[in-house]
Write a protein that binds this ligand. Structure first.
Ligand code: NAP
Length: 276
């Protein structure tokens, strides 16, 4: 199952998140095994950020993808305060070094900050010309911020916007998701399990049990049923990666999607973009 970026390149609809990975040395072996199992299963879009564990997540990802670079679509993020003409090249070089790669496939502005957007776009484009990133995009941009970006010179080159989106947080369906669909810019859904909390919710557990799947599979399958959405769950063990990946083989039916709409209502009006 693939999603097409505005540049025409295809990426997997189900990838892997890595926030909080690499922080605990006791979990390192299991986390490396989880990421490698995910890649084996086709979850080859791997999401990290310079922020995560002050670079420890990027270091772990670098180790996990060593020897597998060609199979992976690597996403990392720059802090807003580093998203300037001056600071971004240094941030990017530091990320490349930690990741042990020559190029990042998709480099995102982690959230809107005080550096003017036009300058950030210029800095991204300079990195692209230098061959250090292949594409760039944004994260935590609401509909208004996306429209502003699209009006900025060069802003139409953004390949994705990564935002909080899961069954319990459906606000973007009101305005942001339709606007991005119209432009062909995928939403990358972060915290698809609401950091695990969603999987403990009674309605989801009951739904999953009644339909012969796990809560993780139900939450994943629901996101995979949404056009133009890429999901990046984080799972810390190969077993959990396998469990979540199996959702691809169990698409939700129309009646199941309608049942989930009754349990987790879609938005009935505009709301501020939810963020973690
Ligand atoms: P998440 O993916 O919603 O949830 C991760 C939690 O779910 C972990 O505690 C994990 O436990 C648990 N889990 C995973 N699979 C499970 C399963 N099958 N059964 C039970 N529990 C399961 O949370 P997230 O890490 O916040 O979001 C995913 C990724 O999105 C991040 O890792 C990061 O890459 C990205 N992100 C981006 C932003 C942004 O601002 N752009 C913000 C937040 C997140 P174990 O780890 O113990 O397996």
């Amino acid at each position: 199952m693939q999603r097409v970026l505005p540049c025409g390149e295809s990426v997997p609809a189900l990838g892997q998140g890595t926030w909080n990975m690499g922080d605990d040395p006791r979990l390192r072996g299991q986390e490396l095994a989880a990421l490698r199992r995910g890649i084996e299963l086709g979850l080859t879009l791997v999401d990290t950020a310079e922020m995560y564990g002050d670079g420890r997540s990027e270091l772990l990802v670098g180790e996990a993808i060593a020897g597998l670079r060609d199979q992976v679509f690597l996403v990392s993020k720059v802090y807003p305060h580093n998203a300037s003409r001056r600071a971004m090249p240094q941030s990017c070089d530091a990320s490349l070094k930690r990741l042990g790669v020559d190029v990042i496939d998709l480099y995102l502005l982690h959230w809107p900050g005080s550096v003017p957007l036009a300058e950030t776009v210029e800095a991204f484009e300079a990195l692209r010309r230098a061959g250090k990133i292949r594409h760039w995009g944004v994260s935590n941009f609401d509909a208004r911020a996306m429209h502003k970006l699209w009006k900025t010179a060069g802003g139409a080159a953004a390949q994705a916007n990564q935002v909080l989106y899961n069954l319990g947080e459906r606000g973007i369906e009101w305005d942001l998701l339709p606007a991005q669909r119209e432009r062909g810019v995928p939403v990358m859904a972060y915290s698809p399990f609401d950091q695990g909390r969603l999987l403990a919710s009674r309605p989801l557990k009951t739904f999953a049990g009644n339909h012969g799947m796990t809560p993780g599979q139900a939450a994943t399958a629901w996101l995979l049923a949404q056009d133009s959405v890429i999901a990046i769950p984080k799972a810390g063990s190969p077993q959990r990666v396998e469990e979540n990946a199996a959702a691809r083989a169990r698409p939700l039916t129309q009646p199941e999607l309608e049942e989930l709409d009754r349990l987790f209502a879609p938005p009935s009006g505009a709301s501020p973009l939810a963020m973690l």
